[in-house]
Design a protein around this ligand. Structure first.
Ligand code: MLT
Length: 274
């Protein structure tokens, strides 16, 4: 696994890269983490695949958020620009939570470049009025008290009860990932998520193979939202990770990686161009 930097037109992107196969999978992290969320996946990239995990604008190594970080479409354009820079024409896009929202924005902008989708712990719907008011409260909080306050607020919702009880080190590691981010980047992402459109109408037109991953103890994504996506996307399959909350890839990396490996094998079998 390597940590790399790509110089794009208006910024430098830090990303993780592992595997040297000819097919690509791009992992998009959750709010308010960073590319490092995907370290357990970078350690087990299936043969024949190249895995990329960028810091999304405003997170991790990308300290300068800028106005584009307030827009998930611009975040999607960033991911596509990185793919182009790395000579990746098509990829499986694997997004967890906010990463899933950006995956929908990528499908909307550049469907032919998506050979498969992993939608983990995410939803297609836009924010409700109540959720938007919650975003405003979080923006206020991060501007007043910084990333540590966001970590304090979110930790109980990010990890499931079983993980919090049995993996105290993981709780510490996630807290550190959150606290490493700048307040500006966190606030920008909150504004971007608040403004995102409802992706539900486009679900029936998603033709590529799609894996939906849910956490049995996910306190942030209701079961009804997961099932709505599964029913609406024609080629969707679903895996539920037992005893895991919102961050399934970190809480149960073995089961998550098994699900990804099986899905990538299916994608490769049905799409020789991937
Ligand atoms: C995430 O994990 O990316 C966030 O919880 C998503 C959200 O707040 O809607």
């Amino acid at each position: 696994m390597n940590v790399k930097r790509a110089n794009l037109v208006d910024r430098t992107v830090r990303y993780l890269e592992a595997g040297d196969g000819g097919r690509a999978v791009v992992f998009l992290h959750a709010f308010p983490l960073s590319a490092d969320q995907w370290l357990p996946q970078m350690r087990r990239v299936p043969r024949g695949w190249r895995a990329i995990a960028p810091d999304l604008r405003g997170f991790g190594g990308a300290r300068q958020a800028g106005p584009d970080a307030e827009n998930l479409d611009a975040q999607a354009a960033d991911v596509l620009a990185l793919m182009t820079h790395l000579d990746i024409d098509r990829a499986v896009i694997a997004g967890l939570s906010m990463g899933g929202y950006i995956a929908f924005a990528i499908v909307r902008r550049a469907r032919p470049r998506v050979s498969g989708l992993v939608l983990a712990n995410t939803r297609a719907t836009a924010d409700s009025a109540e959720a938007m008011a919650g975003r405003d409260r979080m923006i206020d909080l991060v501007q007043r008290e910084g990333a540590a306050a966001i970590a304090r607020e979110m930790m109980p919702k990010l990890l499931g009860p079983a993980t919090r009880q049995e993996q105290p080190d993981l709780e510490m590691a996630v807290r550190q990932l959150i606290e490493a981010n700048a307040a500006d980047g966190i606030a920008a992402a909150l504004r971007a998520m608040k403004a995102r459109p409802d992706a539900s109408p486009m679900l029936p037109a998603i033709e590529c193979p799609t894996l939906i991953v849910a956490g049995e103890e996910d306190a942030l994504i209701p079961e009804a939202d997961v099932e709505a996506m599964r029913r609406a996307i024609p080629a969707a399959t679903r895996v539920t990770i037992p005893r895991a909350g919102h961050l399934t890839n970190l809480e149960a990396p073995g089961l998550f990686n098994d699900a990804i490996a099986a899905f990538l094998a299916d994608v490769a079998a049905c799409d020789p161009r991937t």
